[in-house]
Design a protein around this ligand. Sequence first.
Ligand code: ZN
Ligand code: ZN
Length: 89
Amino acid sequence: MRCHVRIGQLVSHPCARTARGRCRQCDQPTCARHRAPGGDCVVCTGDHVPPSAPASVTLDEMLSFTDVEVAAFDAPAGARTGKLRDMDS
Ligand SMILES: [Zn+2]
Ligand SMILES: [Zn+2]
Protein backbone atom coordinates (compact mmCIF):
# COMPACT_ATOMS: atom_id res chain seq x y z
CA MET A 1 0.00 0.00 0.00
CA ARG A 2 1.52 3.27 -1.16
CA CYS A 3 0.73 6.86 -0.30
CA HIS A 4 -1.50 8.44 -2.96
CA VAL A 5 -0.79 12.11 -2.24
CA ARG A 6 0.50 13.80 -5.39
CA ILE A 7 3.75 15.72 -5.08
CA GLY A 8 6.58 16.88 -7.35
CA GLN A 9 7.42 20.29 -8.73
CA LEU A 10 8.49 19.22 -12.22
CA VAL A 11 6.49 16.01 -12.56
CA SER A 12 3.35 15.39 -10.54
CA HIS A 13 3.47 11.89 -9.07
CA PRO A 14 2.09 9.93 -6.14
CA CYS A 15 4.24 10.20 -3.01
CA ALA A 16 4.43 6.36 -3.03
CA ARG A 17 5.99 6.05 0.41
CA THR A 18 4.72 3.09 2.41
CA ALA A 19 1.30 4.07 3.71
CA ARG A 20 0.51 3.92 7.41
CA GLY A 21 -3.24 3.82 7.02
CA ARG A 22 -6.19 5.07 5.03
CA CYS A 23 -7.70 8.52 5.13
CA ARG A 24 -11.00 8.54 7.02
CA GLN A 25 -12.59 10.78 4.40
CA CYS A 26 -11.36 9.67 0.97
CA ASP A 27 -10.18 6.16 1.96
CA GLN A 28 -6.88 6.57 0.11
CA PRO A 29 -3.68 5.12 1.59
CA THR A 30 -1.54 7.79 3.21
CA CYS A 31 2.01 7.75 4.58
CA ALA A 32 2.92 9.17 7.98
CA ARG A 33 4.19 12.36 6.39
CA HIS A 34 0.95 13.07 4.53
CA ARG A 35 -1.35 12.01 7.33
CA ALA A 36 -2.92 14.64 9.54
CA PRO A 37 -3.13 14.00 13.31
CA GLY A 38 -6.85 13.21 13.10
CA GLY A 39 -6.33 10.37 10.62
CA ASP A 40 -7.32 12.26 7.49
CA CYS A 41 -4.91 12.81 4.62
CA VAL A 42 -3.42 16.28 4.18
CA VAL A 43 -5.37 16.73 0.94
CA CYS A 44 -8.70 16.34 2.74
CA THR A 45 -7.61 18.64 5.55
CA GLY A 46 -6.58 21.26 2.99
CA ASP A 47 -2.96 21.26 4.12
CA HIS A 48 -1.66 20.02 0.77
CA VAL A 49 -2.45 21.37 -2.67
CA PRO A 50 -1.48 18.94 -5.46
CA PRO A 51 1.19 20.50 -7.69
CA SER A 52 0.29 21.86 -11.10
CA ALA A 53 3.34 20.28 -12.71
CA PRO A 54 3.60 20.20 -16.51
CA ALA A 55 3.76 16.39 -16.52
CA SER A 56 2.40 13.63 -14.36
CA VAL A 57 2.94 9.91 -13.85
CA THR A 58 0.78 7.21 -12.29
CA LEU A 59 1.65 5.04 -9.32
CA ASP A 60 2.36 2.10 -11.65
CA GLU A 61 4.73 4.23 -13.69
CA MET A 62 6.42 5.40 -10.51
CA LEU A 63 7.57 1.86 -9.78
CA SER A 64 9.49 1.73 -13.06
CA PHE A 65 11.60 4.80 -12.22
CA THR A 66 14.80 4.76 -10.19
CA ASP A 67 15.18 6.77 -6.98
CA VAL A 68 17.43 9.22 -8.83
CA GLU A 69 14.81 9.82 -11.49
CA VAL A 70 12.09 10.26 -8.90
CA ALA A 71 14.26 12.74 -7.01
CA ALA A 72 14.48 14.83 -10.18
CA PHE A 73 10.66 15.04 -10.26
CA ASP A 74 10.80 16.92 -6.98
CA ALA A 75 13.61 19.29 -7.83
CA PRO A 76 12.65 22.81 -6.78
CA ALA A 77 12.52 25.30 -9.63
CA GLY A 78 15.67 27.04 -8.42
CA ALA A 79 17.74 23.85 -8.44
CA ARG A 80 16.67 22.47 -11.78
CA THR A 81 19.41 24.03 -13.89
CA GLY A 82 22.33 21.79 -12.99
CA LYS A 83 20.50 18.48 -12.93
CA LEU A 84 18.52 18.87 -16.13
CA ARG A 85 21.45 20.26 -18.02
CA ASP A 86 23.42 17.15 -17.12
CA MET A 87 20.65 14.92 -18.41
CA ASP A 88 20.33 16.87 -21.65
CA SER A 89 23.99 16.85 -22.57
ZN1 ZN B 1 -8.25 12.08 2.23
ZN1 ZN C 1 3.03 10.51 1.38
